[in-house]
Write a protein that binds this ligand. Structure first.
Ligand code: SF4
Length: 487
């Protein structure tokens, strides 16, 4: 994985699982594809090595094209080494995505499945960031808008309701025009056609989110980018995140690694997205917020880099801006990138761990309180895991982790009132809370209720209505919006 992750119900496959699958296939061809063709590394701060496992065929270009060609004849099925590796064309994606849309029904979570829509891949910059593998895909190779919307329509006909426009390195650059400058000029008309087309193809969709945005593009083309941000907010669903690869707030690191944006550009981009997307939407989250990715271990990094990165984040807090997610990681070095000659990517490992903890405590925690203040009602949180309590998330891109301090049935949606905070998660209680019958633990978590008043409430249950409750228990006005009265 180029960006390793750990999620509520999944982590990227590891080597021993890959071996198990190959073993279970009992000498039938097992084809492995995806970013692993660029190398395999267990975690950031390390080098990704070329991957080679006996018994496995590694698709050296696109696994879809390789598989398609192998299935073309019986002889090639049993002799995959005879098939040349190649990239798939956008026309092939158009055909295959429509024909394969039915497969969504086989997903164990169906119909609650996020469908990632590819719009393009590759990078439009003439020179690239030192760590990045995206340039291996070449110049941007845009899919036709009608092909993307047909894919959406076929998925929709097969029950899909949750979509994310992902994969591309910068959604703001979809169909951008090369002007000979460092960055191509964004095309708001194309983005509007894309979003409008998706809405027509999937009229009752429940989620439409985006993924990456290049802060350099937004800072370089503020007028076009403002138009695009407004289009996104008009057609998407709220709780959306524009994940921005800032990578470093240290200008020396930015220069040495040819990164896409200086810290002041990133700040401009964050302000623009906050101004247009900072309004709270109907699911309880702001419409569109920026996310930031920071990478440590890049060329020219010093201890000063940690100080500058922290100061940048602290400044965002001081300025009253909102960031939905801060992703800190150590670089994973892939063969053939400019970083591959660098051997000291892990020299500040201990400093990185300290930095991460400091950001969680001093930035993530207060930022979370700003993004979802106590008493915010989050709609449609899917209960997913029991682990002493119930953990759930809203379906969407970069969802917030919600801990609900009781056991609720899994696979169901529940609205919750935000009542507390972990460092990167929130505590929530079902909304509205049935004050007469609910578990005592949940009453303790009602906003504005201390343990003493919670005990009084529990001792004086049941209550007929708000007036009855206010007559029997003093000072509970703050919690009235979050409760209901059942017999
Ligand atoms: S990280 Fe840099 S090189 Fe990679 S896609 Fe973004 S701008 Fe291009």
């Amino acid at each position: 994985m180029t960006v390793p992750g750990k999620y509520l119900r999944g982590i990227p496959i590891n080597l021993s699982e890959i071996k198990d699958i190959a073993y279970a296939a009992m000498n039938r061809p097992v084809i492995l594809g995806g970013p692993i063709r660029l190398g395999y590394g267990a975690q950031g701060g390390s080098k990704a090595d070329e991957f080679d496992l006996p018994g496995l065929v590694l698709a050296l270009k696109d696994i879809e094209a390789f598989t398609y060609d192998i299935l073309g004849s019986k002889s090639s099925f049993y002799n995959p080494d005879s098939i040349p590796h190649r990239s798939r064309s956008t026309q092939e994606i158009a055909r295959w995505s429509v024909k394969g849309a039915f497969v969504i029904k086989q997903h164990p979570d169906y119909p609650y499945v996020m469908c990632e829509l590819e719009t393009f891949r590759g990078c439009g910059r003439p020179d690239h960031c030192s760590f990045c593998t995206e340039p291996f895909y070449g110049d941007p190779d845009f899919r036709d808008i009608t092909d993307i919307t047909s894919e959406v329509n076929y998925l929709y006909q097969n029950g899909a309701r949750y979509f994310r426009i992902g994969r591309q390195s910068d959604l703001f650059s979809f169909m951008a025009k090369d002007t000979g400058d460092e960055l191509p000029r964004p095309d708001p008309i194309a983005i509007e056609q894309l979003y409008k087309g998706i809405r027509i193809a999937a009229p009752q969709l429940k989620v439409l989110h985006m993924d990456n945005a290049n802060p350099g593009t937004i800072a370089a083309f503020p007028d076009e980018s403002e138009k695009i941000a407004r289009i996104i907010v008009q057609y998407h669903t709220c709780g959306d995140v524009a994940a921005m690869g800032m990578e470093s707030a240290d200008p020396l690191v930015v220069e040495a690694n040819n990164l896409k944006a200086m810290p002041e550009d990133v700040l401009d981009a964050i302000r623009l997205i906050n101004r247009i997307g900072g309004v709270r939407g109907e699911n309880g989250l702001p419409e569109l917020l920026p996310g930031i990715n920071i990478i440590h271990g890049l060329k020219n990094e010093t201890l000063e880099t940690f100080r500058l990165n922290f100061a940048f984040l602290e400044n965002l807090l001081d300025m009253g801006l909102m960031i939905r997610r801060i992703n800190l990681r150590q670089v994973m070095v892939f063969p053939d990138t400019p970083m591959s000659k660098q051997n000291n990517t892990d020299q500040y490992h201990d400093q990185f761990i300290k930095f991460k903890k400091k950001v969680q405590k001093k930035i993530d925690h207060p930022m979370l309180k700003r993004v979802v203040p106590t008493g915010t009602v989050l709609k449609d949180v899917m209960c997913e895991v029991h682990n002493g309590i119930t953990f759930g998330r809203q379906l969407g891109s970069y969802p917030l982790l919600v801990g609900i301090p009781v056991k609720l049935p899994l696979g169901r949606f529940v609205d919750i009132t935000v009542s507390g905070y972990g460092q990167r998660s929130i505590t929530g209680i079902p909304y509205p809370l049935d004050i007469n019958n609910t578990d005592q633990k949940l009453i303790y978590h009602l906003p504005g209720i201390g343990k003493k008043r919670a005990r009084t409430i529990i001792g004086k249950r049941p209550f007929r209505d708000q007036k009855d409750l206010c007559d029997k228990v003093e000072g509970i006005e703050e919690m009235l919006p979050y409760i209901e009265f059942k017999d």
